[in-house]
Design a binder for this molecule. Structure first.
Ligand code: UDP
Ligand code: MG
Length: 311
């Protein structure tokens, strides 16, 4: 098997046929042996029966039906766990990532790279708010992590089977595959492309899912927020010490009987309270991920699949 294409599916009924058609054309063009692995991530539309119909007449189509919605990153991982190809492509189902780019990704890989990711030059059909927050997030993340995670890059990429094997050994529940793949290393390169409009349907990435992914990325690849908390602690302690000296000075040296200052008292109490809550929240984000990982639950549950179970 030359190429496995991993396609996570969450309510993509209108995109499955055009995507499959375009992928077939690309694969035939390159005359490579291939498999298309569809992972149904708890879709509530007719995605699953459509995939099953396709699979019934075409042996190169595999499907994995998860028991519920586990989220995009985990759905991709479920596909990677079953991929047999020497190279594996991860692609979105909504045709925002043009299948034709796989030719360029594959060619670049033949120059001796283990990972070739697709870097977004432009993003069409996405709200200004999404483009902006994504732009800002990628830069913020890269400034606080020691790992070189490529900017403006999603999961659309081709990776060598070596890399897939290592990903399978990384059991973390809070997946940020882009970061994990950057962490793994090897020779990596990229191809630029223009991200297209979503072909049909709505985004499955709600704001809270995006926020969750962002926190997984930060907590998984940086301790910077924890450092900020401790620096802030030092900083406020120094200020507290200075204020303490001033208070003692006015009471003992200036003999001020009463020191006025209800306003400053209120401000400092509220300020310290707020800072402490934020600090606890940040620690909590890390702690909750420790908790999730020590539970040792399986990453996902497969309800049904046409892939034979490994012995
Ligand atoms: N997806 C998924 N599970 C989810 C959300 C999305 O498997 O909970 C899939 C979706 O079907 C698509 C890919 O992940 O193939 C990217 O999702 P989407 O296009 O909704 O994200 P966006 O491009 O808006 O960031
Ligand atoms: Mg999309």
């Amino acid at each position: 098997m030359d190429i496995s294409v991993v396609i996570p599916i969450y309510n993509e009924a209108a995109n499955i046929l055009p995507l499959t058609q375009r992928l077939r054309v690309v694969m035939q063009q390159m005359s490579l042996s291939f498999e298309l692995i569809f992972i149904n991530d708890g879709s509530t539309d007719s995605s699953l029966p459509m995939i099953k119909t396709l699979a019934s007449t075409d042996t190169s189509i595999k499907y994995i039906d998860l028991s519920r919605n586990f989220g995009h990153q985990i759905a991709v991982m479920a596909g990677l766990d079953e991929a047999l190809g020497k190279a594996v492509v991860i692609i979105d189902a909504d045709l925002q990532d043009p299948p034709e780019l796989i030719v360029d990704l594959y060619q670049k890989m033949q120059e001796g790279y283990e990972v070739v990711y697709a870097k977004r030059k432009k993003r069409k059909g996405e709200s200004a708010a999404k483009r902006w927050t994504a732009h800002l997030f990628y830069r913020l993340l890269s400034s606080i992590t020691p790992i070189d995670i490529p900017l403006d890059t999603g999961d659309f990429r081709i990776i060598d089977h070596k890399v897939v094997k290592i990903l399978r050994q990384m059991p973390e529940q809070n997946k940020y595959l882009r970061g994990q793949i950057a962490w793994i290393g090897f020779k990596q390169s990229f191809v630029s492309y223009e991200r297209q409009h979503r072909n049909a349907g709505d985004t499955g990435y709600t704001f809270s899912k995006m926020l969750g992914l962002a926190w997984d990325a930060v907590t998984g690849f940086s301790n910077f927020p924890l450092k900020v908390v401790s620096y802030f602690g030092f900083f406020t302690s120094i200020i507290a010490f200075l204020v303490m000296l001033f208070t003692l000075y006015s009471r003992l040296v200036l003999k001020a009987a009463t020191v006025s200052g209800w306003a400053s008292l209120m401000i400092s109490v509220l300020f310290i309270g707020g800072v402490q809550m934020i600090a606890i929240g940040i620690i909590g984000e890390y702690l909750s991920r420790v908790n999730q990982n020590v539970r040792n639950r399986p990453l996902y549950i497969v309800k049904d699949s046409n892939i034979e179970e490994k012995p």
